[in-house]
Design a protein around this ligand. Structure first.
Ligand code: IPE
Ligand code: IPE
Ligand code: MG
Length: 260
Protein backbone atom coordinates (compact mmCIF):
# COMPACT_ATOMS: atom_id res chain seq x y z
CA UNK A 1 0.00 0.00 0.00
CA UNK A 2 1.30 3.45 -0.86
CA UNK A 3 0.80 5.92 1.90
CA UNK A 4 3.67 8.40 2.15
CA UNK A 5 3.47 12.04 1.22
CA UNK A 6 6.05 11.21 -1.42
CA UNK A 7 3.74 8.67 -3.01
CA UNK A 8 1.05 11.31 -3.23
CA UNK A 9 3.60 13.59 -4.84
CA UNK A 10 4.55 10.93 -7.36
CA UNK A 11 0.92 10.33 -8.26
CA UNK A 12 0.81 14.01 -9.01
CA UNK A 13 4.07 14.21 -10.97
CA UNK A 14 5.22 11.17 -13.01
CA UNK A 15 8.88 10.16 -12.37
CA UNK A 16 10.25 11.44 -15.65
CA UNK A 17 8.67 14.83 -15.00
CA UNK A 18 10.07 14.74 -11.48
CA UNK A 19 13.57 14.60 -12.98
CA UNK A 20 12.68 17.51 -15.27
CA UNK A 21 11.18 19.35 -12.32
CA UNK A 22 14.39 19.13 -10.27
CA UNK A 23 16.51 20.07 -13.27
CA UNK A 24 14.70 23.40 -13.49
CA UNK A 25 13.63 23.60 -9.86
CA UNK A 26 16.57 25.49 -8.42
CA UNK A 27 19.89 24.59 -6.89
CA UNK A 28 20.74 20.93 -6.96
CA UNK A 29 22.41 19.49 -3.90
CA UNK A 30 26.08 18.97 -4.77
CA UNK A 31 26.51 16.31 -2.10
CA UNK A 32 23.81 13.83 -1.05
CA UNK A 33 24.35 11.39 1.83
CA UNK A 34 22.14 8.39 2.50
CA UNK A 35 21.55 6.19 5.55
CA UNK A 36 20.38 3.04 3.79
CA UNK A 37 18.14 1.48 6.43
CA UNK A 38 15.32 -1.07 6.64
CA UNK A 39 16.76 -4.13 4.90
CA UNK A 40 15.95 -6.43 7.82
CA UNK A 41 12.38 -5.18 8.09
CA UNK A 42 11.90 -5.54 4.34
CA UNK A 43 12.95 -9.19 4.55
CA UNK A 44 10.92 -9.90 7.69
CA UNK A 45 7.83 -8.47 6.00
CA UNK A 46 8.25 -11.15 3.34
CA UNK A 47 9.02 -13.98 5.75
CA UNK A 48 12.64 -14.06 4.53
CA UNK A 49 15.93 -14.13 6.48
CA UNK A 50 17.51 -10.70 7.09
CA UNK A 51 20.34 -11.18 4.62
CA UNK A 52 17.84 -11.36 1.76
CA UNK A 53 17.01 -7.74 2.53
CA UNK A 54 20.68 -6.82 2.21
CA UNK A 55 20.90 -8.66 -1.12
CA UNK A 56 17.81 -6.88 -2.39
CA UNK A 57 19.30 -3.57 -1.25
CA UNK A 58 22.09 -3.88 -3.84
CA UNK A 59 19.56 -3.15 -6.61
CA UNK A 60 18.66 0.07 -4.84
CA UNK A 61 22.33 1.04 -4.66
CA UNK A 62 22.70 0.51 -8.42
CA UNK A 63 19.56 2.46 -9.13
CA UNK A 64 20.39 5.52 -7.07
CA UNK A 65 23.91 5.71 -8.45
CA UNK A 66 22.28 6.01 -11.88
CA UNK A 67 19.74 8.46 -10.50
CA UNK A 68 22.49 10.57 -8.97
CA UNK A 69 24.25 10.70 -12.34
CA UNK A 70 20.99 11.62 -14.13
CA UNK A 71 20.27 14.34 -11.62
CA UNK A 72 23.79 15.76 -11.90
CA UNK A 73 24.88 15.31 -8.28
CA UNK A 74 28.65 15.56 -7.70
CA UNK A 75 29.06 13.46 -4.55
CA UNK A 76 26.98 10.56 -3.23
CA UNK A 77 27.89 9.20 0.21
CA UNK A 78 26.34 5.90 1.29
CA UNK A 79 26.36 4.60 4.87
CA UNK A 80 27.17 1.00 4.04
CA UNK A 81 28.36 -0.53 7.32
CA UNK A 82 28.72 1.24 10.65
CA UNK A 83 31.25 0.67 13.37
CA UNK A 84 28.35 -0.44 15.56
CA UNK A 85 27.24 -2.96 12.94
CA UNK A 86 30.28 -5.11 13.91
CA UNK A 87 28.22 -6.02 16.98
CA UNK A 88 25.59 -7.82 14.90
CA UNK A 89 25.55 -11.65 14.88
CA UNK A 90 28.66 -13.05 13.17
CA UNK A 91 26.60 -14.70 10.44
CA UNK A 92 25.03 -11.39 9.43
CA UNK A 93 28.38 -9.57 9.46
CA UNK A 94 29.80 -12.36 7.33
CA UNK A 95 26.90 -12.11 4.85
CA UNK A 96 27.35 -8.33 4.60
CA UNK A 97 31.09 -8.67 3.96
CA UNK A 98 30.44 -11.28 1.26
CA UNK A 99 27.96 -8.94 -0.37
CA UNK A 100 30.48 -6.13 -0.27
CA UNK A 101 33.00 -8.29 -2.09
CA UNK A 102 30.41 -9.32 -4.64
CA UNK A 103 29.38 -5.72 -5.23
CA UNK A 104 33.00 -4.60 -5.64
CA UNK A 105 33.67 -7.38 -8.14
CA UNK A 106 30.47 -7.21 -10.16
CA UNK A 107 30.12 -3.45 -10.35
CA UNK A 108 33.66 -2.26 -10.89
CA UNK A 109 33.66 -2.28 -14.69
CA UNK A 110 30.24 -0.67 -15.01
CA UNK A 111 31.13 2.01 -12.44
CA UNK A 112 34.33 2.75 -14.27
CA UNK A 113 32.46 2.97 -17.57
CA UNK A 114 30.04 5.43 -16.00
CA UNK A 115 32.88 7.58 -14.68
CA UNK A 116 32.10 6.89 -11.03
CA UNK A 117 35.09 7.29 -8.70
CA UNK A 118 34.56 5.03 -5.69
CA UNK A 119 36.16 5.93 -2.36
CA UNK A 120 35.92 3.63 0.63
CA UNK A 121 36.08 5.51 3.92
CA UNK A 122 36.16 4.20 7.48
CA UNK A 123 38.25 2.04 9.79
CA UNK A 124 39.30 -0.42 7.09
CA UNK A 125 41.85 -2.07 9.39
CA UNK A 126 38.97 -4.01 10.90
CA UNK A 127 38.06 -5.64 7.59
CA UNK A 128 39.23 -9.19 6.89
CA UNK A 129 41.84 -9.44 4.11
CA UNK A 130 39.44 -10.52 1.33
CA UNK A 131 36.85 -7.72 1.65
CA UNK A 132 39.67 -5.26 2.26
CA UNK A 133 41.38 -6.25 -0.97
CA UNK A 134 38.07 -6.05 -2.82
CA UNK A 135 37.30 -2.49 -1.70
CA UNK A 136 40.85 -1.29 -2.32
CA UNK A 137 40.71 -2.84 -5.77
CA UNK A 138 37.45 -1.07 -6.71
CA UNK A 139 38.96 2.22 -5.52
CA UNK A 140 42.01 1.71 -7.70
CA UNK A 141 39.99 0.51 -10.66
CA UNK A 142 37.64 3.50 -10.69
CA UNK A 143 40.16 6.18 -9.69
CA UNK A 144 39.94 9.31 -11.78
CA UNK A 145 36.22 8.92 -12.65
CA UNK A 146 34.77 12.38 -13.24
CA UNK A 147 31.00 11.91 -13.42
CA UNK A 148 30.27 11.12 -9.79
CA UNK A 149 32.25 10.62 -6.63
CA UNK A 150 30.79 7.72 -4.65
CA UNK A 151 31.82 7.38 -1.01
CA UNK A 152 31.10 4.02 0.59
CA UNK A 153 31.31 4.49 4.35
CA UNK A 154 32.41 1.15 5.75
CA UNK A 155 33.30 0.34 9.36
CA UNK A 156 32.56 4.02 9.86
CA UNK A 157 31.56 5.88 13.01
CA UNK A 158 31.23 9.65 13.32
CA UNK A 159 32.70 9.89 16.82
CA UNK A 160 35.61 7.65 15.87
CA UNK A 161 36.27 9.88 12.85
CA UNK A 162 36.33 13.01 15.04
CA UNK A 163 38.57 11.31 17.60
CA UNK A 164 40.93 10.22 14.84
CA UNK A 165 41.12 13.78 13.53
CA UNK A 166 41.96 15.06 17.02
CA UNK A 167 44.68 12.43 17.38
CA UNK A 168 46.18 13.31 14.00
CA UNK A 169 46.27 16.99 14.89
CA UNK A 170 47.88 16.21 18.27
CA UNK A 171 50.53 14.17 16.47
CA UNK A 172 51.27 17.10 14.16
CA UNK A 173 51.62 19.37 17.19
CA UNK A 174 53.93 16.82 18.85
CA UNK A 175 56.07 16.68 15.72
CA UNK A 176 56.26 20.46 15.70
CA UNK A 177 54.42 20.77 12.33
CA UNK A 178 51.58 22.77 13.82
CA UNK A 179 50.96 25.15 16.73
CA UNK A 180 47.95 24.29 18.88
CA UNK A 181 46.73 27.86 18.38
CA UNK A 182 46.49 27.29 14.63
CA UNK A 183 43.83 24.61 15.02
CA UNK A 184 40.55 25.92 13.67
CA UNK A 185 37.51 24.40 11.93
CA UNK A 186 39.34 24.20 8.60
CA UNK A 187 42.44 22.46 9.95
CA UNK A 188 40.15 20.09 11.84
CA UNK A 189 37.94 19.28 8.83
CA UNK A 190 41.07 18.61 6.79
CA UNK A 191 41.80 15.59 9.01
CA UNK A 192 38.39 13.99 8.45
CA UNK A 193 37.76 11.28 5.82
CA UNK A 194 35.81 13.88 3.84
CA UNK A 195 38.71 16.36 3.82
CA UNK A 196 38.44 17.44 0.22
CA UNK A 197 34.64 17.40 -0.03
CA UNK A 198 31.85 19.88 0.60
CA UNK A 199 29.51 19.00 3.48
CA UNK A 200 26.37 17.08 2.48
CA UNK A 201 23.56 19.41 1.39
CA UNK A 202 20.95 16.70 1.82
CA UNK A 203 20.77 13.61 4.06
CA UNK A 204 18.21 10.95 3.24
CA UNK A 205 17.32 8.25 5.75
CA UNK A 206 15.09 5.41 4.68
CA UNK A 207 12.80 3.22 6.81
CA UNK A 208 11.37 6.09 8.86
CA UNK A 209 13.96 6.18 11.67
CA UNK A 210 14.50 9.74 12.82
CA UNK A 211 18.09 9.55 14.01
CA UNK A 212 21.64 10.05 12.77
CA UNK A 213 23.09 6.78 14.14
CA UNK A 214 26.63 8.17 14.46
CA UNK A 215 26.86 9.15 10.78
CA UNK A 216 28.94 12.19 9.68
CA UNK A 217 28.48 14.01 12.97
CA UNK A 218 30.74 16.90 12.04
CA UNK A 219 29.69 17.23 8.40
CA UNK A 220 25.92 17.24 8.97
CA UNK A 221 25.92 20.48 10.97
CA UNK A 222 23.73 22.34 8.45
CA UNK A 223 22.55 19.51 6.22
CA UNK A 224 18.87 19.33 5.25
CA UNK A 225 17.28 16.09 6.51
CA UNK A 226 14.79 14.00 4.57
CA UNK A 227 13.31 10.93 6.27
CA UNK A 228 11.21 8.61 4.13
CA UNK A 229 9.22 5.58 5.32
CA UNK A 230 10.35 3.65 2.21
CA UNK A 231 12.54 0.68 3.17
CA UNK A 232 15.95 0.63 1.51
CA UNK A 233 15.29 -2.37 -0.82
CA UNK A 234 12.24 -0.50 -2.19
CA UNK A 235 14.14 2.77 -2.70
CA UNK A 236 14.59 3.79 -6.36
CA UNK A 237 15.84 6.85 -8.19
CA UNK A 238 12.34 8.38 -8.18
CA UNK A 239 12.56 8.52 -4.38
CA UNK A 240 15.91 10.29 -4.70
CA UNK A 241 14.38 12.81 -7.13
CA UNK A 242 11.49 13.32 -4.74
CA UNK A 243 13.90 14.08 -1.88
CA UNK A 244 15.74 16.57 -4.09
CA UNK A 245 12.43 18.15 -5.14
CA UNK A 246 11.57 18.62 -1.48
CA UNK A 247 15.06 19.98 -0.73
CA UNK A 248 14.76 22.59 -3.47
CA UNK A 249 11.70 24.08 -1.79
CA UNK A 250 13.51 24.66 1.48
CA UNK A 251 15.16 27.81 2.65
CA UNK A 252 18.61 27.24 4.09
CA UNK A 253 19.43 30.01 6.51
CA UNK A 254 22.62 28.82 8.24
CA UNK A 255 21.62 30.77 11.32
CA UNK A 256 21.07 34.07 9.51
CA UNK A 257 17.81 35.87 8.82
CA UNK A 258 15.98 35.72 5.50
CA UNK A 259 17.10 38.29 2.97
CA UNK A 260 14.50 41.02 2.35
C1 IPE B 1 20.42 -1.42 6.85
O1 IPE B 1 19.37 -2.28 7.13
C2 IPE B 1 21.68 -2.14 6.44
C3 IPE B 1 22.78 -2.08 7.43
C4 IPE B 1 22.73 -1.45 8.56
C5 IPE B 1 24.01 -2.79 7.11
P1 IPE B 1 19.19 -2.98 8.55
O2 IPE B 1 19.90 -4.27 8.53
O3 IPE B 1 19.57 -2.05 9.64
O4 IPE B 1 17.61 -3.21 8.55
P2 IPE B 1 16.61 -3.00 9.76
O5 IPE B 1 16.82 -1.61 10.27
O6 IPE B 1 16.93 -4.03 10.79
O7 IPE B 1 15.25 -3.17 9.15
C1 IPE C 1 22.70 2.73 10.31
O1 IPE C 1 21.65 1.83 10.38
C2 IPE C 1 23.90 2.11 9.66
C3 IPE C 1 23.80 1.85 8.22
C4 IPE C 1 22.78 2.16 7.46
C5 IPE C 1 24.95 1.23 7.61
P1 IPE C 1 21.41 0.94 11.68
O2 IPE C 1 20.21 0.11 11.40
O3 IPE C 1 22.65 0.22 12.05
O4 IPE C 1 21.11 2.04 12.79
P2 IPE C 1 20.24 1.96 14.12
O5 IPE C 1 20.75 0.79 14.90
O6 IPE C 1 18.82 1.77 13.70
O7 IPE C 1 20.43 3.27 14.79
MG1 MG D 1 18.57 -0.63 10.67
Amino acid sequence: METSAGDALRRHIPPIDLLQAIKVGGRLPAHVAVIMDGNGRWARGRGLPRFRGHTAGIKSVRDIIEGAIEAGIDVLTLFTFSQENWRRPAAEVEALMKLLRRFAKEERDELKRQGVAVHVLGDLDRLAPAPRRAVEEIERHTAGGRTLRLNLMISYGGRAEITRAARRLAERVERGDLNAGEIDEDTFAAELFTADLPDPDLLIRTSGEQRISNFLLWQLAYTELFVTPVLWPDFRREHLFEAIYDYQKRERRFGRVTAG
